[in-house]
Design a protein around this ligand. Sequence first.
Ligand SMILES: Nc1nc2c(ncn2[C@@H]2O[C@H](COP(=O)(O)OP(=O)(O)OP(=O)(O)O)[C@@H](O)[C@H]2O)c(=O)[nH]1
Ligand SMILES: [Mg+2]
Length: 362
Amino acid sequence: MVYKCGIVGLPNVGKSALFNTITRLNIPSKNFPFCTIEPNIGIVSIPDNRLKKIAVCLSTKNVIHSVITIIDIAGLVKGASKGEGLGNKFLKKIRECNAIMHVVRCFINNEITHVYNNINPLRDIDIINTELLLSDLGLCEKIFQKQSVQKDINDVRHSVFFNLIQRCIYQLKSGFFLKDLVFLKEELKILRQYQFLTLKPMIYIFNMTKDMRCNININELYKDKNVDLSTVIPVVLDHKHSIQTNNIDVLSTQKNRLFFFDVDFNKFIRHLCTSLCLKTFFTAGPKEVRSWTFKAEKTAIQVAKLIHTDFSKGFIRAQIISYIDFIKYRNLIKIKQLGKIRSEGKKYIVQDGDIINFLFNV
Ligand SMILES: Nc1nc2c(ncn2[C@@H]2O[C@H](COP(=O)(O)OP(=O)(O)OP(=O)(O)O)[C@@H](O)[C@H]2O)c(=O)[nH]1
Ligand SMILES: [Mg+2]
């Protein structure tokens, strides 16, 4: 399963421009709201210098990078959760994604229409987040009503489920995202099947003007709007499909302004992956060396499934060399002699940089 990242935001804020930049595709990105109607799907390789280094050690020619799917949908407007502007249809597409990229217009250009007439990033964030929240609230209430009809008072499972949905409703009615609540593992498993929007990891892409002019009040951003600054990536898009990204230095929030530094395209994708808590493991052999992206905290049997369901169905154990050891000794016989190949069971929590050989039997 490839990790899917959906782009949301108001109409005409640069979602498709960002999509083009990341995917190096060329879908229409024009100066009118709702330029995008049907979702655009692009696949992007995740750069990782370690792959090539592993391939050199093994004299393997075929190097395959893991990929992430980026989905650009139509703009959302106030009332989207109630169907305004075909909002429900668009939101459904986002429910199928693993994570959300929320594009916020910060650039100033009088020629580019803003659907609410002026540049106000915090208001825009509020509008989109409110729609995501209301959409989840509607879904929770539907689930609650459906379960009320079927409720069996003596069934413990039912009352656990009821309490869980009630907690969610309370959280959403208080104006907070579900991902800000603490859930037990089993509760998360139940909730994930409903694809709640506010349970997904979200990063904010601030679409900036080249001169970085922006009057966002950082204090307001993270205190009042509850935005975790580590999830904010300011970018400057240009028309040659290149990207400059910038990171916010949290220290500079004291000065109440954004602080930027330039990084390149590859760093942007990696930054995106880091913000979404995505990790990488490798499979390596004489035929190919390949990277695989997975969500942090996954077990060996869970990531085995990414390669093939047989790997998890018939899982015996995983033989693991850490990338650091591999590069240090560069020789499989030596690595073996030094006892640096570990044997791990299905519950092992896979670490970033693990080079894994799955043993299975079906
Ligand atoms: N000056 C400037 N223009 C931009 C920037 N990003 C996007 N635009 C322009 O804004 C207009 C809208 O961009 P799109 O990428 O189509 O916006 P969108 O969010 O996909 O819009 P919808 O699909 O209608 O929801 C286009 O004319 C872009 O060229 C930017 O950073 N600076
Ligand atoms: Mg668009």
